[in-house]
Design a protein around this ligand. Structure first.
Ligand SMILES: Cc1cc2nc3c(=O)[nH]c(=O)nc-3n(C[C@H](O)[C@H](O)[C@H](O)COP(=O)(O)OP(=O)(O)OC[C@H]3O[C@@H](n4cnc5c(N)ncnc54)[C@H](O)[C@@H]3O)c2cc1C
Length: 583
């Protein structure tokens, strides 16, 4: 898996693992033969005949491995290549099999369907390191900034399994989904870490009522594959589709949807396993205090086992964009987007380092045919171009300038039409750098009441520039008010500012990030706004309580439902009972 992501070409040409689709096989074969031809000609011209001999094993090796991967795509073992030895029929069969036969549309013994497979490094069962005791593992998150040693990792495969484990144990418990949160929210030292991704089944589905009931370890992309054939779509989720439903509910996420807001708006009910292993159902009308506490509650009250979610029609959407001065955005948004019933997705990209211009991107409902062939976004094995651009924007002179004035204008020349499901299916892997050892990409997010748009952007730009923050992008979204969750980040109608930036991993760099983050939090809170909690816990407890005034109600509920403070993670350890781990 590692080789596949770090050296995708070597993985493709020199290993026999995995599957290769028909179209990719043709492209790769063309690549192999043309590379061979170029090298062969160069060597013959410059050195002579004999220098080309070493090319033949390479040619044969790469043709064999790619052919084996192609056979795997139809669930045939690589040994079937020996069919070439059967006169006439053998080669004909092989040509058909390699070049023309469609692969399995299902997972087979050699792997999942290639364009659906690449699920971003599946965050295994935790890392092992020398010196750890039996059972101990390191749980980290996507930034690699928060390694935590847990006592054991447990991946339940049924809700009963999970309940039983809570019943028979007494110690601290932490819970992880995709582990894409960025501030240690999925782990706590010496806890029993529950990896929810084994609980990933669809339990019930009604096309007529447009609802789906799922186990909480399922990812959005799995649900998309399930509902897409019924022309339905997930109502609210993030921009990327790799996250689990449980992790998303516990954070109460949002996407780029217009007319919607926090995920809780699309939830009918949840079922929760409490600290003693008991099971409760919660909705707006049934155990409402648990419903409003567990959604957006970072696993403080219990483990979400299942969720019933709303679905909507999967419509075709056309992209429209417009670049404008930041000072014009608010009134333009009110007139063109906020009350436009055809607007499905919207975001404004605020360009660093001047923060004076915004590209407003809206996806509008259309009856025209989509311009993409596939209904769902194909997941790729690697994203070299995206990785290169992210590197170039952040590490080269005038990188941001080139993006604003050269790259984006070219990208936005196209006016694509996508399915709603396609546009909601991005793969986090496209953001993954080659290494996160010295520098890492991190997210932050701030929310302010819509009328404070100008005031907040001005303060944010000043802070970023004063600290020289390497900001890649600030994506502006819109959300309606939360109906009442205790840790609501949208207490009214808000703009969200999603900040994607690059930082060094050294202690000094982290401290500096902490300093400017606290300034930004003050800026948002002073405008009656909030900051987002799934990211690094730089906020002081006082800032946390100012941004989330109802946190005290959630803390009181936790005392009742989890009196022994079993559900731990770095978030709860920081803001609920900071001393408890020391005693
Ligand atoms: C590249 C990137 C883009 C993002 N874009 C967006 C965006 O557009 N909008 C947005 O709102 N957020 C966004 N996020 C944040 C993301 O939505 C959250 O980090 C989310 O929690 C990720 O889901 P996960 O499955 O990885 O959860 P995890 O990180 O595994 O868990 C998050 C929290 O949920 C708890 N948890 C997990 N499963 C359960 C369960 N079954 N029951 C109870 N608690 C549970 C964990 O203990 C933890 O506290 C983004 C993050 C990244 C890395």
């Amino acid at each position: 898996m590692r080789l596949k992501h770090t050296l995708p070409l070597s993985f493709l040409l020199f290993t026999t693992r995995g599957r290769l689709q028909r179209s990719s096989y043709w492209i790769v074969s063309l690549f192999i033969f043309s590379t061979f031809y170029v090298l062969y000609t160069l060597l013959i011209e410059s050195i002579g005949d004999q220098s080309t001999y070493f090319l033949y094993p390479l040619l044969l090796g790469s043709l064999t491995t790619t052919a084996m991967k192609r056979l795997h795509d139809s669930n045939c073992s690589g040994y079937w290549l020996l069919a070439v030895l059967i006169p006439v029929l053998g080669p004909i069969w092989l040509i058909y099999q390699l070049g023309f036969k469609k692969g399995d549309r299902q997972k087979n013994r050699f792997g999942t369907v290639p364009d659906e497979a690449a699920d971003y490094f599946k965050n295994d069962l935790g890392q092992l390191r020398p010196g750890l005791k039996t059972g101990e593992r390191i749980i980290n998150d996507v930034t690699q900034l928060n390694p935590v040693v847990v006592a054991e990792v447990f991946r339940p495969t049924s809700v009963e399994d999970l309940r039983e484990r809570l019943r028979i144990t007494t110690g601290p418990v932490s819970v992880g989904g995709g582990r894409f949160s960025m501030g240690g929210q999925t782990a706590s030292p010496q806890s029993l870490h529950i990896d929810m991704r084994g609980l990933n089944q669809v339990l019930d589905f009604s096309k007529e009522n447009r609802t789906i009931k799922v186990q909480a370890g399922i990812r959005w992309c799995d649900i998309q594959r399930y509902v897409d054939p019924h022309d339905l779509s997930i109502k609210i989720m993030q921009t990327y589709a790799n996250f689990t439903v449980g992790g998303s509910l516990s954070v109460n996420v949002h996407g780029r949807y217009m007319g919607l807001g926090p995920l809780i708006l699309a939830v009918r009910a949840v079922e929760i396993v409490l600290a003693d292993g008991s099971f409760v159902r919660a909705s707006r009308t049934e155990n409402p205090e648990i419903f409003f506490g567990v959604i957006g509650g970072y696993n403080g009250l219990g483990i979400i086992a299942t969720a019933e979610l709303d679905l909507v029609d999967n419509v075709a959407v056309r992209r429209k964009d417009q670049k404008m001065a930041r000072s014009d955005y608010y009134s333009w948004f009110q007139t063109h987007v906020r009350s436009n019933p055809d607007a499905v997705f919207h975001n404004g990209d605020l360009y660093p380092p001047a923060y004076r211009n915004i590209r407003a991107v809206t996806w509008l409902k259309t009856t025209e045919q989509p311009t993409v062939k596939t209904r769902l976004m194909p997941l790729r094995e690697s994203y070299p171009l995206e990785r290169y651009f992210l590197w170039a924007f952040t590490e080269t002179f005038f990188g941001n300038w080139r993006r604003e004035y050269l790259i984006d204008p070219l990208i936005y020349l196209r006016k694509p039409i996508h399915w709603r499901n396609y546009e909601a299916g991005y793969d986090v892997a496209e953001l993954e750098p080659r290494s996160r050892t010295k520098r890492t990409y991190v997210l932050q997010e701030y929310f302010v009441p819509v009328r404070q748009f100008d005031a907040f952007t001005e303060r944010m730009a000043e802070i970023f520039n004063r600290f020289g923050v390497n900001v890649i992008n600030v994506s502006i979204r819109h959300a309606h008010a939360d109906p009442g969750s205790y840790l609501a980040w949208a207490r009214g109608e808000v703009f969200a500012f999603v900040v994607y930036y690059k930082q060094r991993t050294s202690e000094t760099a982290r401290q500096e990030v902490g300093t400017w983050t606290r300034e930004l939090i003050d800026a948002a809170v002073s405008l009656d706004g909030a900051y987002y909690l799934p990211y690094q816990a730089h906020a002081t407890p006082a800032q946390f309580h100012r941004a989330y005034p109802d946190a005290k109600k959630l803390f009181a509920l936790k005392k009742t439902l989890d009196p022994d403070f079993r559900f731990h993670n770095l978030f709860w350890n920081t803001y609920y009972q900071p001393k408890s781990l020391e005693s």
